[in-house]
Design a binder for this molecule. Structure first.
Ligand SMILES: NC(=O)c1ccc[n+]([C@@H]2O[C@H](COP(=O)([O-])OP(=O)(O)OC[C@H]3O[C@@H](n4cnc5c(N)ncnc54)[C@H](O)[C@@H]3O)[C@@H](O)[C@H]2O)c1
Length: 350
């Protein structure tokens, strides 16, 4: 998708233009959009990724924008060698997106989830504090809030952190570590609490309800809705998220900040929107929740992002879903630009 080159909300009074930005998890769904967006805004960008869920193909836009094999570091955030790039390359901003990002995997493998999201995050932050990094932009998620009472929705950043599953717990730990590194070592940070991010290149397998439904309906299969489908989430398109991250890189740290639509959208509404956008006419299959204690409703209050970053979402949900369907069809048609990525792949493997 084409993105506008002018950043919304960049503060011209202070020159905080990031020269060098390291994006951990830059080959993933959100990371690949962030890398491409930062490059359009003129930053030199490097990716640190272990390719556990990330893919080189996701970096096609960035490669066309000038990303080279030297800019892609294959490494693990849990190891000293993995974060060595922070000491060697000396980025002024680190966008930390690398994570075990799949809540169902967190429930099945809480130790793996903690290893990547807690230990790996602490390892990245420690290297940032020692390496003189100006700013860390971190990815948290609405899962850190757990079940929020209806009268507190949309939820504000100062709401108590009370996660209800291993993924929420490990993401909350990252937020607490940032707070500690900030107080103890003066590490400036912006910790973005994303809503449910959707858009092209999302491949959850068993999470990411928009992409699961798009895949099912474009593939002629029945989509599955758990429970009665009236549960709600705050959906935000990945292009708006990439813009928020890029804008945050041009500011000082603002602490925790919500990045969402501010709206509750039910899973039934998601299904109706995807069905309309894809032109499919099959009905959904309702199944009982495979896990207990799911958060019922969620929406994020985004006033802080508007006030401090000048960011607000540009895409409505219907438009964002139509774009996701269009991009999925383009992917199926094999029209993505893969030749520069093949060259990068060869460079990395030889
Ligand atoms: N997708 C969402 O709806 C959502 C919502 C809230 C927060 N987030 C957060 O945003 C970030 C990006 O999520 P995403 O949806 O793009 O997921 P993703 O799985 O597509 O991206 C994660 C990336 O991190 C890499 N990675 C994983 N473990 C690593 C390790 N040990 N060392 C180095 N790299 C590693 C993966 O290969 C992948 O490229 C994550 O921190 C996630 O928790 C995502």
């Amino acid at each position: 998708m084409d993105l506008p080159v002018t950043a919304v909300g960049v503060d011209p009074a202070t020159d905080l233009t990031p020269r060098r930005v390291l994006v951990t998890g830059g080959a993933g769904f959100i990371g690949s959009h962030v890398v491409a967006r930062l490059m359009l805004m003129g930053s030199q960008v490097r990716v640190l990724d272990n390719f556990s869920t990330g893919r080189l193909e996701n970096l096609a836009d960035a490669v066309c924008g000038g990303l080279t094999d030297a800019d892609v570091v294959s490494g693990d955030i849990r190891t000293p060698e993995g974060v060595e790039v922070i000491h060697q390359w000396q980025p002024d901003v680190v966008v930390h997106l690398a994570a075990q990002a799949n809540a169902p995997v967190g429930r099945r493998s809480p130790l793996y989830d903690a290893d990547v999201n807690v230990f790996g995050t602490a390892n990245v932050l420690d290297a940032c504090a020692r390496g003189g990094v100006r700013l860390v932009v971190n990815a948290a998620g609405s899962a850190i809030f757990g079940s929020v009472p209806a009268h507190d929705l949309p939820v504000r950043e100062d709401h108590p952190i009370a996660p209800v599953d291993p993924y929420g717990i490990s993401k909350a730990a990252g937020v607490h570590y940032l707070d500690w590194y900030g107080r103890q070592h003066g590490l400036a940070y912006t910790s973005m609490v994303f809503g449910n991010v959707y858009g092209s290149r999302q491949e959850g397998g068993d999470y990411g309800v928009v992409s699961l439904m798009v895949d099912a309906l474009l593939g002629g299969r029945q989509a599955v809705i758990y429970d009665d489908g009236t549960q709600t989430r705050d959906f935000i398109h990945v292009s708006d998220v990439a813009e928020a991250v890029a804008v945050a890189c041009h500011h000082s740290g603002v602490g925790m900040v919500n990045i969402g639509s501010g709206q509750q959208t039910s899973i039934n509404e998601v299904y109706d929107t995807v069905r309309e956008a894809s032109g499919a006419d099959n009905t959904a299959r309702y199944e009982p929740l495979p896990w207990p204690g799911e958060v019922r409703n969620m929406a994020l209050d985004t006033r802080k992002a508007r006030e401090l970053l000048g960011w607000r979402p540009k895409l409505g949900f219907t438009e964002g879903v139509r774009m996701t369907v269009r991009d999925a069809r383009r992917w199926q048609a094999g029209s993505r630009i893969l030749s520069p990525v093949r060259a990068l792949d060869q460079a990395l493997t030889h």
